[in-house]
Design a protein around this ligand. Structure first.
Ligand SMILES: [Mn+2]
Length: 383
C-alpha cells in the first residue's frame, strides 16, 4: 500500500520581501506544488494523500484562495485527508467549517475533524490528531495513541507540532513525546507517523517510520529551512506482519530562498560578489538575502550599490540581511583629489570628507553626498 505524506502547504501565505510581480508567481508556484502531487500519486500508485496540518496559512482567507486551493486538491484525483494544524485550527472561526469551504469541498477531500480513528478502507485506518486551538495543553498525538493495540489493522498516524527531542524546552505540554510514539510503533498498534510543522524534510528518531515531510515549496531561507520542497511517497508492506515501511522523497518545489554571506573590502570583492550572483540559476524564482560585512571607500560603495541594483532587478527578491550586515564606508586618502575642482567647491569636499570620517550624526549624509558627487563626475560605477 502506498500513500503520499505532505504538510505545511500554508496556502494563502504571502512573503513581504517579494517584488510586486514575484508575489503572484510565488503563490502560483505553491499551488503548482500541490497540483504536482496528482501525477506523483498516479505514477506511484498512491491510494491517498495525507496533509499533516497547516493546509492553510490562517483561518481568514480570501474566497479566491479557498476556491483555488480546493480546485487544486480536486485535481489530485485520489482521496486527500486534511489535518487542521496550528495555522488552521478547528476553532470557532475555522476555514474548514466556513460556508464557502463546505459548499465547494470536492468529494475526494476529507477533513480529519475528529481525534482518533478514520477508516480509509477495511484493514486500513488513519489515526488523526487535529488541532482545535492555537495552544493545545496536551500532547495531541500521544492522546490518540493511548489505548490503540496491534489487531492486524494497518494504521497511519497524522499529527502536527514539535517533537520533544528537538525542543530545548522539553516540558512544554503540547510537545509530541517521541517515547510514546515509538512505544506505539513497537507494539505494532501503528505503522507510520506523518508529521507536519517543520518545513524542512526531517526524519524523527531511528525507526524510519516517523517523518516530517517538510513544506512542498520553500517558505524560508536555507539557514533556517535546509531541505524543503519535497513530498514523501510512503510504502507500507501489508503482507508483512511487521508492515515494513519504505519512504521516498519526491522533489516538487521549484523556488529557492538563499542566505549568502560575503566580505566586501575592495573592488575585487564586489566583482566576486557580482560573479557569484550572476552564476545563480533560475533567478526569477530565487530569493537572496545578503549578509555583507567589510569596509569600503565611497567609490567602492557606489560600485556595490550598482551591483546590488542590477541584481535586484533580476532576482525574485534580493534583500539585505540587516542583522548580519555591517558595511562601513570611509573616504580613502586621495579619493577626491582629482575631481578637477578647486576653490570653494574643493573646500566643501574637504569638509564633507572630514564629516564622513568623524562618524558623528551627519557622517551618513556626508558619505551619501560624496557618493553622489562621484557619480556625477562619473568616477563611481555606472549608476
Ligand atoms: Mn505548524
Amino acid at each position: 500500500m502506498r500513500f503520499v505524506h505532505t504538510a505545511d502547504w500554508q496556502l494563502g501565505m504571502t512573503r513581504y520581501f517579494l517584488n510586486g510581480e514575484a508575489q503572484p508567481r510565488y503563490s502560483a508556484a505553491r499551488r503548482d506544488a500541490v497540483a504536482s502531487i496528482g501525477p506523483i500519486a498516479a505514477e506511484s500508485g498512491a491510494e491517498f494523500v495525507v496533509v499533516a496540518g497547516d493546509v492553510f496559512e490562517h483561518n481568514q482567507l480570501s474566497p479566491r484562495v479557498v476556491s483555488q486551493s480546493l480546485e487544486a486538491m480536486r485535481a489530485i484525483g485520489v482521496p486527500v485527508y486534511l489535518l487542521p494544524g496550528n495555522h488552521d485550527p478547528l476553532d470557532a472561526s475555522s476555514v474548514y467549517t466556513s460556508a464557502l469551504f463546505l459548499a465547494e469541498c470536492p468529494d475526494n477531500v476529507t477533513v480529519l475533524d475528529r481525534a482518533g480513528v478514520h477508516e480509509v478502507r477495511p484493514g486500513l485506518e488513519i489515526v488523526a490528531a487535529p488541532w482545535r486551538s492555537k495552544a493545545p495543553t496536551i500532547d495531541l498525538v500521544g492522546d490518540v495513541l493511548d489505548g490503540l493495540s496491534a489487531d492486524g489493522t494497518t494504521r497511519v498516524v497524522v499529527g502536527h507540532g514539535g517533537v520533544d527531542v528537538f525542543e530545548p524546552d522539553r516540558d512544554k505540554a503540547s510537545l509530541i513525546r517521541l517515547a510514546a510514539v515509538e512505544a506505539a510503533l513497537d507494539r505494532g498498534a501503528v505503522h507510520y507517523v506523518a508529521l507536519g510543522d517543520k518545513h524542512s524534510r526531517t526524519e524523527v528518531g531511528a525507526t524510519g517510520r516517523v517523518w516530517y515531510s517538510g513544506a512542498p515549496e520553500v517558505t524560508n531561507y536555507d539557514h533556517i529551512e535546509s531541505d524543503p520542497g519535497h513530498v514523501l511517497v510512503v510504502d507500507i508492506d501489508e503482507r508483512d506482519a511487521k508492515r515494513a515501511v519504505h519512504v521516498e522523497a519526491r522533489k516538487v518545489g521549484r523556488w529557492r530562498f538563499v542566505s549568502l554571506r560575503f566580505t566586501v573590502d575592495n573592488s575585487r570583492d564586489i566583482t566576486d560578489l557580482g560573479l557569484n550572483l550572476d552564476l545563480m540559476p533560475d533567478k526569477d524564482r530565487t530569493v537572496v538575502q545578503l549578509a555583507l560585512t567589510g569596509s569600503l571607500t565611497v567609490t567602492d560603495k557606489a560600485e556595490l550599490d550598482a551591483c546590488i541594483d542590477k541584481h535586484t532587478r533580476l532576482f525574485a527578491a534580493l534583500t539585505s540581511w540587516d542583522s548580519q550586515t555591517d558595511v562601513v564606508v570611509l573616504p580613502a586618502d586621495g579619493e577626491f583629489d582629482d575631481l578637477g575642482i578647486g576653490g570653494f567647491a574643493a573646500a566643501a569636499v574637504d569638509e564633507l570628507v572630514a564629516t564622513a570620517r568623524d562618524g558623528g550624526a551627519q557622517a551618513e549624509d556626508a558619505r551619501a553626498a560624496l557618493a553622489l558627487l562621484l557619480r556625477l563626475v562619473d568616477r563611481g560605477a555606472a549608476a
